[in-house]
Structure formats: C-alpha cells, structure tokens
Design a protein around this ligand. Structure first.
Ligand code: FAD
Length: 474
C-alpha cells in the first residue's frame, strides 16, 4: 500500500538519448506500473486547484488519478473524455498548467498529471475505446468551421456530436493548424493527428483542405450555404523587425514558422526539398520563447554549425518567482528538450543591426540591456549599455518574436468582422462576433496562446453556436 506523495517520489523520465539525430518524439514515457504509482501520489485534495484553477479544460484530474491508481484505465478514459476531446495532443504538448497548481507541489513535487493523461489516452486507443461518435439525430443545421487548428477541431467535434452537419475548411493542404505545421514532429508526431482525424471523419465531420475562405471561396457564399460560421483562423501575422534595425532585407532571414513548417512538410513528403535549411550554418534565433526553442531543435537535426537563441528580456529565475506564487503559472526560466541538446542562450540583448555580404546575412549586432525591476521584482524597462555592442556571426536568422494579430485581408475584411485594438477578433461571451451567425474562437480571439486553451475556446464557442441555432429554429 502506497502512502501517496509521502512515500513515492515524482519520476521525471526525461528525454531520449541520441534524439537530435531524428524527428521522432523525444519524451520518454513511464511504464504502466510507474504510472499507477505516480497516480497514487494524488491526495484527492478537498479543493482541487488542478481541476478548477490550473486546467483550462477543467479535466476531472483527481477522478482519473484515482481510477488509474486502482488500475481502472478504461474508467479513467471515460472521466478524461468528458471534458477533453483530444488528450493525445495535450498530453504531448501542454505545459501542464494543472501541475503548476497541484497541491502536492506546495510541499513536494506535483503529481505527473500529463504523463498520466498520456497513459490513459494511449491505453484507450490501444484497447479500441476511442471510437467515432455518430449522432443518432441530425438537426438539419449546417455549420462551416474555418480553420482546422485545435480550436476548429474542438468546435467541429462538439458541433457534430450535437447533431449539426459540420464542414471544416482549411487553407493548408492538411488539417491540424499549428499542431501540424508549427509544432515539430519531435514534440508531436503527425500520425497522432491523422489518427484523430480518422475518428472525426468517421463521426461525420467533413474536411475541405487547400481552400482559403475569403480568397478561393467567398465568406458570403458560405454564409448563404451554412446556418453558422465559426472563424478559427489563428493569429497569422508574425511580428517583424523594427524599422530601426538596419539590414532586414538581406537573404537568409526568415520567419520561424516558415522554417519549422518546411521541415514538417519535408518529413511528411508534402514537399521534396527543404525550403530553408540550417545545414552547416551559424543559426541565430531572435526570440527566446517556445517557438524559438522549436527552431533550435530543428536546426540541430538539420546539422547546424552553431545555434544561438537571443532574447531581449532578462533571464528569468530558475525557480518560481515570488510575483507568481502557487497556484499561479510560475514566471521562471524554462528549459526545453531542445535547449538540452546544445546551443547558446543569451538574455538582455537587443538586436540593433544585421550585416551582410553579397546580399546574404553574415552577422548581427546587439546591445546589452540593463533592466529595471518593479516593486514585484518583474522587469519594467531597460537602458542599453553604452559601448556594449557585440556581434554574433550568422548565416541564417530566424525571427521568432511572436504574432501580432489576425490576417485582415480576405475573410476578416470581407465579412466586416470587428477587431480589438490588438488586432484580434472581438467576440462576446458566447463567442459571437458583430456579424450575425458568425462566431470566433482560439488564438484569433485570445491572441497567441496554448493548444489546451484553443480547445477550450472551440468547445465553448460550439455551445454558443448551438444555442444560436436552437433560437434560429424556434
Ligand atoms: C511553433 C509553435 C509551437 C507551439 N508549441 C506549442 C506547444 O508545445 N504547446 C502548446 O500548448 N501550444 C503551442 N503553440 C501554440 C498553439 O499551437 C496555438 O495556441 C494553437 O494552435 C492555436 O489554435 P487555433 O485553432 O486558434 O489556431 P491555429 O492552430 O493557428 O489554426 C488556424 C488554422 O486556420 C487556417 N486558416 C487561416 N485562415 C484561413 C482561411 N481564410 N481559410 C481557411 N483556413 C484558414 C490556418 O491555415 C490554420 O490551419 C505553439 C505555437 C507555435 C507557433
């Protein structure tokens, strides 16, 4: 008999050795016996912060932990699938907000909720428990979902379950959004997406790929043919270099997403040659976030000579910062599997100029920044050090500085959808936009976020659409 977290330590299996020479998923998974022990570390607290505060999907974490501990994996899957339509995605790529708010984490290490989720869903697939859901009654209502990222897929899944006829329109060649064309294969193998798409298709969802709404097909045409439209187009506009940075037009400067998607398309056979390669190059990644770290891992696998990731913000603390106490998501330094593979990380540096030769980039010049901190100890403005400029050699520069809003041209302009001052879609509490029968969800509403939040948003929007359709039929 285990005495939960008092006797059992959290196991962190880490990542595969030799992983940087292939594109297979890097994370090591715990065997079933260890998963049961890890689930038994859950205290079943009176107030489940993991469920009510941490997890955007409000997963029944305590309940599935109990079922796993008692070796009832099928029951655990039934609990998980109540709230989470795609646990196979979140158990691979979610930063596990739930674990940051786990009560066990106050006195010890949090329960390994994400590893447990992975065991539950993979076991369910293995045993054939994940089946298509074909609704018994059809409402006769037609819904067009525009964009097939996690928010669009989550909306499609639920709307179909509710009996509506759902067609998902996607401008890329295949569905998945950033799950497919952003997140590298070494974090999320694309067969995992295919497996879920098969279930969605068998459940009755139709996918029309290679179709950009607002360009290939007009949005007004869709409005005539469908009873409601769900705009799930993500944030497509990458942040560009400031006008004060000279040399931005040299060859060899690319957006991170173009670099990542080229490798993903190459791996799947969608293209026969890499559009951008880091092979034998000194790679400079501008932007210290997750997308930059994905570029790092991809550059290593392509055979880069060196990889440096730079960030204007100061280096975060190694442990949870006092400004984000438990159960909040901690402000702290994050080290991904890619960072552990090598390369350099620099903080508090500001890109000043890019230098080149014969039209191609050769180096970049940076200034050191001295940061000021507010009364909470958080960075609040900087001054550049005088005479502190330095150069980094680079033949390939990847811009990974985030996204600044939805693409206005095309769909958004055609429909006249209202945007917020931050250039995201302005949506009401029920996810409706200013245009009747047009709803929106995911990053296009929230701004760049997480897969788990996009899924929640897609599901919430589906509820809004369903009640709109019910009112329309009265
Ligand atoms: C490189 C990268 C790595 C990431 N890694 C992680 C991670 O590890 N974990 C995590 O939780 N989050 C991660 N994220 C964030 C996460 O991927 C997003 O928050 C999430 O995908 C947003 O989902 P979405 O459905 O709103 O939009 P998207 O996933 O962006 O999907 C939008 C879809 O709409 C399509 N579309 C756009 N306009 C049209 C149109 N007019 N007609 C038809 N189709 C259209 C696009 O082609 C796209 O497929 C990452 C993001 C990036 C960029």
């Amino acid at each position: 008999m285990y005495r939960e977290f008092l006797d059992i330590r959290r196991e962190n299996p880490g990542y595969r050795n030799g992983r940087s020479s292939d594109f297979d998923e890097v994370e090591i998974r715990l065997p079933e016996e260890s998963i049961r022990k890890q689930a038994s570390r859950c205290m079943g607290c009176g107030i489940a912060f993991c469920h009510g505060f941490g997890c955007p999907l409000s997963n029944g974490i305590q309940e599935f932990n109990k079922a796993v501990k008692e070796d009832r994996l099928r029951d655990a899957y039934l609990v998980l699938s109540q709230t989470s339509p795609f646990p196979e995605f979140t158990s691979r790529v979610c930063p596990a907000l739930c674990e940051a708010s786990c009560c066990a984490g106050l006195a010890s290490d949090p329960v390994s909720i994400r590893q447990i989720e992975y065991a539950i869903i993979e076991n369910a697939f293995k045993r054939g428990c994940v089946e298509p859901f074909i609704p018994r009654y059809r409402s006769g209502m037609r819904v067009a979902v525009i964009g097939s990222g996690p928010s669009g897929l989550a909306a499609a899944e639920l709307l179909n379950k509710m009996g509506h006829e759902v067609v998902v329109f996607e401008k890329s060649a295949n569905p998945g959004g950033l799950l497919r064309y952003g997140i590298p294969d070494f974090k999320l193998g694309k067969s995992v997406i295919e497996r879920r798409l098969e279930i969605l298709r068998a459940s009755g969802v139709t996918f029309e790929c290679g179709v950009e709404i607002g360009s290939d097909i007009s949005a007004q045409y869709l409005r005539r043919k469908f009873n409601a439209l769900c705009v799930c187009v993500g944030t497509q506009m990458p942040r560009t270099l400031g006008k004060d940075v000279s040399g931005a037009s040299f060859g060899g400067i690319h957006y991170a997403l173009d670099f990542l998607s080229s490798q993903i398309k190459f791996n799947s056979g969608e293209i026969s040659e890499l559009q951008i390669t880091a092979k034998d190059k000194n790679v400079l990644i501008v932007g210290g976030g997750d997308t930059g770290s994905d570029c790092m891992g991809t550059a290593f696998r392509q055979g880069a000579k060196s990889v440096t990731q730079v960030e204007i913000m100061p280096e975060p603390p190694e442990c949870r910062h006092s400004s984000t106490p438990w159960p909040m998501w901690p402000y702290m330094k994050r080290t991904s599997s890619s960072h552990l593979e090598g390369g350099n990380r620099l903080w508090s540096v500001n890109l000043k100029s890019i230098e080149g030769k014969s039209g191609n980039v050769r180096s970049a010049t940076f200034a050191h920044c001295d940061w000021n901190f507010d009364s909470n100890g958080r960075p609040s403005g900087f001054t550049e050090r005088q005479n502190g400029n330095f150069k980094i050699e680079a033949d390939l520069i990847l811009l990974s500085m985030g996204f600044v809003g939805v693409k206005k041209k095309g769909l958004i302009e055609e429909l006249g959808i209202m945007l917020t001052p931050r250039s995201m879609i302005s949506a009401a509490a029920d996810f409706s936009t200013n245009i009747g029968g047009v709803f929106a969800a995911g990053d296009s509403v929230s701004g760049p976020s997480l897969v788990v939040r996009a899924i929640r948003s897609g599901r919430d929007m589906a509820l809004g659409v369903d009640s709109y359709l019910k009112k329309a039929t009265k």
